[in-house]
Design a protein around this ligand. Structure first.
Ligand SMILES: Cc1ncc(COP(=O)(O)O)c(C=O)c1O
Length: 397
C-alpha cells in the first residue's frame, strides 16, 4: 500500500509510534484543511437560511450524507448523523426498543460487546422486563455460531451485535446473524465501529435494520457518527430528540414531523464535522483500497503476534490464527506487570498504546485479566512502529 504517513501532520511533527487507532485515528491534512475552510468559507446553518451561504452549507451537509450513504450502500434518506456510535445505539434503544420490546421478550447480545452496545440494552431490559441473552465465545476467541443459532429463537425481539471486537479483534459474521434474527422476526443492530474504517461494509448485503459507526475512528473529525436506519424501519423509530429542523407544522399543542432523515436530526446540524467526514471518506476512497489495507494491517499483526509468541512473559488474547490473516490489533498482558505500567513504560519510548479493559469489563473478566494492553493499527502505521513495540516489550523480560 502507498506510504501515507506523510499526510498526517501529527505523525510527522512528533516522534511517536501511534498504536491506538482502534480508539481514535489521526487525521490527514486534507481533513484538517477542510474543517478549517468550512469555518472560513462556508459557515452558515444548514437547512434553514435562504441566502446563498446558507444554501451552500445545506448542499455541503447533504453531500456529506450522500457520500456516507454510498460508502455503505445505503440511500441518503437512511443516513442519520449523530454524535457517535454510542449515541446511535442509544437512539435505537430509546427510539425503537422502548416501544417495541415487551416483558418476556429476549434481546440477544454477544460476549464481545463494548459497553456502548451493552448498557443501553441493560436499561431497556430493566424498563421493559425483557431478558438479555448472550452469545458466548469459543475457546479460540471466535463467536460460537452454533450457540447463536440456538439462542436466536422464538421470543427474541432484538439482536445487537458487534461486527468486529474492539478488544480482541474477533470478526463476526453479522450477515449470518441477521438471517437468523430475521427468520424469527427479530430486528438487528450492527455495531460497525471497528469494521467500517477498515473494510467494505454493505448494509444491503448484511441485511441489518440498523447500523452505527463513528467518524473519528475513520480519520474524520470528533463529534460525528452515523446511524443507518433501514427505510422500512423508519416509521417505527421515534425521534430521540425533538426541536427545530425535525418538524413540518407546529401549533401550541402539537406538531407533525418532517420526513426522514430530517425528523431524526433535531437541532442545528454538525456541519463542519459532516464536511470533515465527507473528506475522510474521499481520502479512504482515493488512497486506501480496502484489499491493500487488509494486507497491510494483517502483515503488521502477523509480525507482532509471531514475535510476541516467542516471548514467554507475554500472554496474547483473541483468535490469533484469524488475526494473522485479517487482524489489525493485538491485545496482551505482561507477566508480573500491570497493563497501565506497561503502557506508561511504552510511553517513555514514545509508543502510544491503550491499556485497561477497553470499555468491555465483562469480557475482560471472561478473558481473565483486569487490564490488558492493546496495540492497534491503521493505514499510516509502519512496520518500524510495530518493531519499536516488539523490542520494548522484549526488554521487559
Ligand atoms: C466496538 C465499539 N463500539 C462502540 C464504540 C463507541 O464509539 P464512540 O465512543 O465513538 O461512540 C467503540 C469505541 O471504542 C467501539 O470500539
Amino acid at each position: 500500500m502507498k506510504e501515507l504517513k506523510k499526510d498526517f501532520p501529527l505523525l510527522m511533527s512528533q516522534d511517536i509510534s501511534y498504536l491506538d487507532s482502534a480508539s481514535t485515528t489521526q487525521k490527514p491534512q486534507q481533513v484538517i484543511d477542510v474543517v478549517s475552510a468550512a469555518y472560513t468559507k462556508s459557515m452558515a446553518n444548514p437547512g434553514r437560511g435562504i441566502y446563498a451561504l446558507a444554501e451552500q452549507a445545506t448542499q455541503e451537509y447533504e453531500n456529506a450524507r450522500k457520500a456516507v450513504a454510498s460508502f455503505i450502500d445505503a440511500t441518503p434518506q437512511e443516513i442519520v448523523f449523530v454524535r457517535g456510535a454510542t449515541e446511535g445505539i442509544n437512539y435505537i434503544a430509546q427510539g425503537w426498543a422502548r416501544d417495541h420490546v415487551k416483558k418476556g421478550d429476549k434481546i440477544v447480545l454477544s460476549h464481545l460487546e463494548h459497553h456502548a452496545n451493552l448498557l443501553p440494552w441493560q436499561r431497556v431490559a430493566k424498563e421493559t422486563g425483557a431478558e438479555l441473552v448472550f452469545i458466548p465465545l469459543l475457546k479460540n476467541g471466535m463467536l460460537d455460531m452454533d450457540a447463536a443459532q440456538e439462542k436466536i429463537t422464538h421470543g427474541v425481539k432484538f439482536v445487537a451485535i458487534t461486527h468486529e471486537s474492539n478488544v480482541i479483534g474477533t470478526p463476526v459474521d453479522v450477515t449470518a446473524i441477521t438471517k437468523m434474527a430475521h427468520a424469527v422476526g427479530a430486528r438487528v443492530l450492527v455495531d460497525a465501529c471497528q469494521s467500517v474504517p477498515h473494510k467494505k461494509v454493505d448494509v444491503k448485503e448484511i441485511g441489518c435494520d440498523f447500523l452505527v459507526f463513528s467518524g473519528h475512528k475513520m480519520m474524520g473529525p470528533t463529534g460525528i457518527g452515523v446511524l443507518y436506519i433501514k427505510k422500512e424501519m423508519q416509521d417505527e423509530v421515534q425521534p430521540f430528540c425533538l426541536g427545530g429542523g425535525a418538524v413540518r407544522e407546529v401549533t401550541w399543542d402539537a406538531h407533525s414531523l418532517a420526513d426522514a432523515p430530517e425528523k431524526f436530526e433535531a437541532g442545528s446540524p454538525s456541519l463542519v464535522q459532516a464536511i470533515g467526514l465527507h473528506v475522510a471518506i474521499e481520502y479512504l476512497n482515493k488512497n486506501v483500497p480496502f484489499d491493500q489495507l487488509q494486507d497491510h494491517e494483517a502483515a503488521l499483526t502477523e509480525y507482532a503476534i509471531t514475535e510476541f509468541e516467542k516471548m514467554p512473559h507475554v500472554t496474547l488474547y483473541g483468535p490469533l490464527d484469524v488475526l494473522k490473516k485479517e487482524g489489525r490489533m493485538i491485545t496482551f498482558t505482561v507477566d508480573g506487570m500491570h497493563a497501565h505500567d506497561v503502557a506508561a513504560y511504552l510511553d517513555t519510548k514514545n509508543i502510544a498504546v491503550r491499556a485497561g479493559h477497553f470499555c468491555a469489563q465483562p469480557l475482560a473478566r471472561l478473558l481473565g485479566y483486569d487490564a490488558a494492553v492493546r496495540a492497534s493499527f491503521y493505514c499510516y502505521t509502519q512496520l518500524q512502529d510495530v518493531k519499536a513495540l516488539v523490542s520494548a516489550i522484549k526488554n521487559l523480560k
